[in-house]
Design a protein around this ligand. Structure first.
Ligand SMILES: Cc1cc2nc3c(=O)[nH]c(=O)nc-3n(C[C@H](O)[C@H](O)[C@H](O)COP(=O)(O)O)c2cc1C
Length: 376
């Protein structure tokens, strides 16, 4: 007779600013529209933080007419997403991910705070002016993403001096495992110096000694199961951010073909590409990345100058990353770019967000759903 596993100890709640988050799990923002209102509200309903990725939201909205009013349409699409997420999770904690590298960063932050985002997570550059753009709603928690202690120090000192405010948490993203744009140069990838095991204890010690533990450290990248969460907490993190784990959920906002690509993928199907944003990016191998990595043409025209710095404008042959990510989200796997963390290829079936949370909190796995089980 096999005995059931002993129950896991409860995970401690996470305090960020004025919010007590019952389960210390933040769902990582995933653009373009991979994490929108459905995924964010599902995570928030389980007691974690649901994050809507704001980048290029308009592309799959009724507001965007090819080549016209891209920025206005992004604002309207974000307002819709925030409303829908709040409707589906009236009590949950909902935030947004706003990237410094995009031209409408300020508009995305201002819209987020005005329409009820309780948290803003901000990376792809150091969000030096984030407190200024969010000043109208001081209760919105501001969480910058960093890839080193040096960046955290600089940012906290700058915010304190200019805005008399500290980050409500600092989110470290491990470039060796995280998905999407990575915060180090290509030649710095896979170095132990930038890994969570090295940097998270440094950040935790810095928060303790210089800020009396007032700035909780969150770690992201490579978190898949309860053992990973326990390890992160042992390193000194107060919570984790997880993105790839939620890709193959019924609630994830991408097309079913996009999710199936992860289920079909092999372990070796994770590649590093050079993004036109000037950063390396981690992606799933696909017809698009194979052409790109073999030096072939994947070019498509810049339609909205959405990035502050973009080789798509500077170099004729580069590709428009917003369009490529959008295509993949719509299920066009031939011409689309699929971002992933190293863990994305571990998916073997679709799950509900609720079952992932139950597994992480109790260790109990849901029985695998039948292939044609209805979403919902
Ligand atoms: C499909 C995908 C899209 C992403 N898009 C964004 C984004 O728009 N902004 C951002 O700051 N991070 C983005 N990320 C990074 C995640 O938010 C997260 O920090 C990281 O992937 C964590 O690692 P994990 O995927 O191993 O959990 C993306 C990741 C993935 C997998």
């Amino acid at each position: 007779m096999t005995l059931p596993n002993p129950p896991l100890p409860p995970l401690p709640p996470l305090q960020i600013g004025e919010y007590t988050i019952p389960v210390p799990i933040i769902q990582g923002g995933m653009g373009v529209r991979v994490s929108a209102n459905r995924l964010a509200s599902a995570v928030a309903n389980e007691g974690g933080v649901g994050i809507i990725a704001t980048v290029a939201l308009s592309l799959a909205s009724k507001y965007y007419k090819k080549g016209k009013d891209y920025y206005q349409a992004n604002v309207k699409a974000l307002i819709d997403e925030l409303h829908l997420a709040r409707e589906a999770s009236p009590q949950g904690i909902i935030g947004t991910n706003c990237m410094v590298a995009i031209r409408d960063f300020e508009a995305m932050v201002r819209t987020s705070v005005e329409y009820g985002a309780q948290l803003i997570i901000s990376g792809a550059g150091l969000p030096l002016r984030l407190p200024e753009f969010a000043a109208s709603h001081p209760s919105t928690a501001l969480v910058p993403i960093v890839s080193s202690l040096r960046a955290a120090r600089l940012l906290a000192a700058r915010w304190r001096k200019l805005y008399r405010r500290l980050p409500d948490a600092i989110l470290f993203e491990d470039p060796n495992t995280a998905g999407g744009h990575l915060g180090v140069r290509r030649n710095q990838l896979f170095s132990a110096e930038y890994a969570a095991d090295q940097v998270v204890p440094q950040l935790a010690e810095w928060s303790r000694s210089e800020y009396n533990d007032e700035i909780p450290i969150i770690t992201a990248g490579g978190i898949w199961d309860r053992a990973d969460i326990d390890h992160a907490l042992a390193l000194g993190a107060k919570g984790v951010q997880m993105a790839s784990r939620f890709l193959c959920t019924y609630e994830c906002d991408a097309d079913e073909r996009y999710k199936q690509a992860f289920i079909d993928a092999k372990e070796s199907d994770v590649v590093i590409i050079d993004s036109p944003a000037g950063l390396p990016g981690r992606a799933l191998s696909s017809p698009f990345t194979r052409t790109l990595l073999q030096g072939g043409r994947v070019a498509n025209k810049c339609f909205a100058t959405c990035l502050e710095e973009c080789s798509c404008r500077a170099v004729k042959d580069a590709f428009c990353i917003a369009e490529a990510l959008h295509r993949a989200q719509q299920g066009d796997l031939e011409r689309g770019l699929i971002f992933t963390g190293t863990n994305g290829v571990r998916h073997t079936h679709m799950s509900h967000v609720r079952d992932i949370f139950r597994e992480l909190m109790t260790g109990q796995t849901a029985s695998q759903p039948a292939a044609q089980a209805a979403p919902g």
